[in-house]
Ligand binder design. Sequence first.
Ligand code: GAP
Length: 533
Amino acid sequence: MEKLVSLCKRRGFMFQSSEIYGGINGFWDYGPLGVELKRNIKDAWWHDMITAHDELDVRPGAPSTYEMTGLDCTIIMHPQVWKVSGHQDLFSDMMVDCKESKGRYRYDQLRGRWVEAKGQKVFVTTKVEAEEEDEDLQRRALKFFNLRAKNVEELSWDGDTVSLETISEFENVLAPEAKSVGSLTEPREFNLMFKTIVGAMGTEADTAFLRPETAQGIFVNFKNVVDSTRVKIPFGIAQVGKSFRNEITPRNFTFRSREFEQMEIEFFCHPDSSRKWYEYWRDRRMQWYKDLGLAGERLQLRDHAPDELSHYSTGTADIEYAFPFLPEGEYGELEGIAHRGDFDLRSHMEGKLDPNTCPLEVEKGEDGKPKYRGSGKDLTYRDPETNEKYLPHVIEPSAGADRATLAFLCEAYQEDEQPDDKGKMQTRVVMKLHPRIAPVKAAVFPLVKKEGMPEIAKDVYRALKAKFPAVYDEKGAVGRRYRRQDEAGTPYCITIDGDTLTDKTVTIRDRDSLEQWRVKLDDVVEEIAGRVS
Ligand code: GAP
């Protein structure tokens, strides 16, 4: 992971936000290569799910034909949206505070291990990433017991490293940045929504929130979309956009950020066919990642066990990836596909529902009235053919654009041995990104800067550039130019050499197989276009 992080910075995939001021935790910027990569991933998603969707044919695995449409709604919405959706009351993580260091940590993310020395037993905790855990625990234990490294055998460890959640009393817990034990508070809830103020008055009544998910914008526009277009159920509304969560401990590069982008679909269908649609979307979304290169065993589909499901849902699955920063055997969520029943549309119609009631009921306040009122608008759907009126069920495939980008980067990073210009074997770092998402599709090199080669190369470059991102490079030995492009993930390099001047052909080199073949100058654009689309 360290190598990937350093490559991302060195080659301009990703930078820490506001880095020249020391950075800001949980916020990341995409550099010149990163912005193209992430844009290509979002474009591929939008193209494959929405614009290229053929609503006239039944797709393999789908119960029937369906329509897809898009939306782009605001980040700040009416505050009632978040009351009714449950985010104001329930969108929280448990946290613990350290009274000594004033640090705040996510309860489920702090890990530690029991250790005994000098007649005292302490649960030492750490907040570092999995691979550095053991080292950090030992360093902290030595410091706490005032021992030197050479006396490490005086530490007697008991059991494995476990979550703080397994510890019932904190009096012998050494917090991650504390010098003495017993400084952690009891766990309490921390709402993850970012607050902001709308307007100049600045009163409590002007408080609004940055959306923590794009989904609610789709639900509150359901009626607008149905009334303004000719879409008929079953259909999906898709949205790509920023979401914000004030994560207590953002970490693992961009995996848990405070500002990130989501790619969400809310798919509206008849309750009777909703289970089949859920299965369709779960499999369709899994295949999408595979088609773009996450084909290995690091990708998995995990169906939630029945006891993990809300009672109004008949299925939820996560598409997960074994990110290299996670402990061996652990996977991180890339996308969740959830059967949400009619929970969301009903909430926005009637008021916040109590998710623990079965059948679902509107949650009441102390006065016996709905705790948070819904819009009161009729969000039911009337089938134009059967005249049946019903509240549609929702299937929600909800993906993170940043997590997808990170997974594609992790999967792409490879090292191999290749000869340099002098035939000496060297380690080559290569980003084997799928050509569709690679930031740059082709690089054009004149072999030497004379004999008219640069002129021909520039013409080829301009012809390519008119169609897709390409680069022109005439600096340094050709082997070094290849290496630069391999690190950037450029799938094809085109070299103009002596033969070009006589037979009007160029060499194309494949980044992954290193195969080289000659193509007529006039056919280069078509050849590359056919391979990268
Ligand atoms: N509307 C449902 C929803 O938002 P979620 O599981 O909370 O569900 C969906 O989020 C996806 O958004 C996740 O699978 C992940 O890819 C992405 N995501 C969520 N929190 C994130 C964070 N803090 N940083 C980066 N991506 C995040």
